[in-house]
Write a protein that binds this ligand. Structure first.
Ligand code: ADP
Length: 483
């Protein structure tokens, strides 16, 4: 059976990226396409979409369309983007909504930008006679699609058999809006739930989770966690009320970008068979960041958005002593909440030559830290999937992770007795647990053969998209059978 899928996303790497959603959506769309899924991929034609590798042409029959959202009327068209590799994209061209800087913004019409994307995708299916069995939406931006299918577009013969799949990449971002804009989403009155929600607001992710035919998320552990009050972020009840399982499919890694043997960002490359390049990367990273190298000292890296989720505040009180006595050095890259930035700045100031912090987003430095550090720290409070721990494994950099979400699913705690395991996994979201992980890593690092064993175990792991896409295909088939 050929599966036809309407795939709608607010981000798609490498063309337009704000976070992990882009990586997952970009890689998944490519993998589905190469497995023969008949895909229509819809993305807004943002001003900042990287057009350099695209060949663009207007899509016949899909020009100058109109959509009313409340009293606002938008005109839009579709542009087909052909690429050297991967499926064509259908870019939704509406300069009034997408012709501004940034992927996301805080303008008053922000919800129109994503409502239009959802309407446009379904409208295009109807107008071109494309009848998908699966409409795959991602996160709150496109979570309106299941309701649009049920309440407005599902009557069209092309979409009568379509079933929706909503993938949650991060439950922390839900698309809260004032209830007053419910009438601006292009749906019949009452179709969008307002009752019972805080301060008379609507919540687009909640709406999607209620109306989607199937729900998935990006790791098996997170799939369970979001059904519990602790990590359900107010949506666990809606998830439990569905009565079916949330599918958990661990994201893959794009090893064409993240492989130390071929990484173009690195002046020194390496592989499991020859780690001499890793030692040179370590020296180069220390040079670059002004860190003093010392034999036996454990260099711990961190690359992260500096937000509550990532637990960077838990480093306070965890790193000072091992930094002071010279057992560890620390290299951090990231940007985010001022308090977290201040904490990292303060470590760098108090421990010159031992701790360094670079504020901002820097792709090259992210690769250098993955390659040059001995260990990589992720003390996340929650982590739907997480990518850096999987990069670390491939780069021979031992991950120190909290046992949550995708971190728990991708890193196995090392057991010195058996020699099995790929990293250090700690349970609690507190500085004492982080300290324990750091101290354990520093002690194990002293034992060359033990450390080499952890590194070798990690480098053998395979988190490629080949596995993940098979699981999505299976889910698509299950959904298509219901169609
Ligand atoms: P999230 O999507 O929650 O930020 P993920 O681990 O899924 O977390 O993906 C984050 C991606 O963004 C990783 O590829 C990581 O290396 C990258 N990243 C985060 N912060 C920075 C930064 N300051 N500079 C470069 N890359 C970064």
């Amino acid at each position: 059976m050929v599966i036809r899928c309407c795939f709608v996303t607010a981000e798609l790497a490498p063309l337009v990226k704000a976070g992990g959603l882009a990586d997952a959506a970009g890689a998944l769309a490519g993998a589905l396409h190469s497995r023969g899924v008949d895909l229509r991929v819809f993305v807004p034609m943002y001003a900042e979409l990287d057009r350099s590798t695209l060949s663009l042409e207007p899509e016949p029959g899909l020009a100058d369309l109109e959509l009313s959202l409340g009293r606002h009327r938008y005109r839009y068209s579709f542009v087909r983007a052909r690429r050297a590799a991967g499926p064509d994209l259908l870019l939704v061209d509406c300069p009034e909504l997408y012709g501004r800087p940034g992927v996301y913004g805080d303008a008053e019409d922000e919800h129109h930008r994503f409502a239009l994307l959802c309407h446009a995708a379904l409208e295009a299916c109807v107008r071109t006679g494309f009848a998908p069995q699966v409409v795959h939406c991602h996160d709150w931006h496109t979570a309106l699609l299941p309701t649009l299918l049920r309440q407005r577009y599902g009557r069209a013969p092309e979409l009568a058999g379509a079933r929706s799949l909503l993938t949650v990449h991060n439950l922390g971002y839900q698309g809260w809006l004032p209830a007053s804009v419910a009438s601006e989403l292009g749906l019949p009155e009452g179709a969008v739930e307002t009752a019972g929600l805080a301060a008379d607001r609507i919540n687009l992710l909640r709406q999607g989770l209620r109306d989607a035919d199937a729900v998935s998320t990006v790791s098996p552990t997170y799939a369970k966690e979001i059904c519990s009050p602790e990590l359900g972020m107010g949506l666990d009840e809606v998830l439990r009320a569905r009565g079916d399982e949330v599918a958990g499919i661990l994201n893959g890694v794009d090893y064409s970008t993240w492989d130390p043997a071929t990484d173009p960002h690195l002046p020194h490359r390496f592989s499991a068979a020859d780690l001499s390049g890793k030692a040179r990367m370590r020296a180069a990273l220390c040079d670059l960041l002004g860190l003093q190298d010392a034999p036996g000292r454990l260099l711990i890296g961190i690359v992260s958005r500096l937000v509550w989720q990532k637990g960077v505040d838990l480093l306070e009180g965890a790193l000072e002593e091992p930094l002071a006595d010279g057992r560890i050095a620390f290299a951090a890259l990231g940007a985010g909440e001022p308090a977290n930035e201040a904490l990292l700045e303060s470590l760098a100031r108090r421990f010159p030559g031992r701790a360094a912090f670079r504020r901002g987003y820097n792709e090259r430095l992210a690769h250098w830290i993955e390659a040059g550090a001995d260990a990589f720290l992720m003390p996340s409070r929650y982590e739907p999937c997480g990518l850096n721990q999987m990069y670390s494994l491939r780069y021979g950099t031992v991950p120190l992770v909290r046992r949550t979400g995708g971190l728990a699913d991708s890193v196995r705690h090392f057991d010195p007795a058996t020699g099995e395991g790929t990293g250090i996994v700690f349970n609690d979201a507190d500085p004492a647990a982080v300290r324990w992980a750091v101290e354990t890593a520093a002690a194990w690092h002293q034992d060359h053969s033990l450390w080499s064993r952890i590194v070798a175990n990690g480098m053998r792991e395979d988190f490629s998209w080949d596995r993940a896409v098979e699981e999505y295909l299976q889910l698509y088939r299950q959904i298509a059978e219901r169609a």
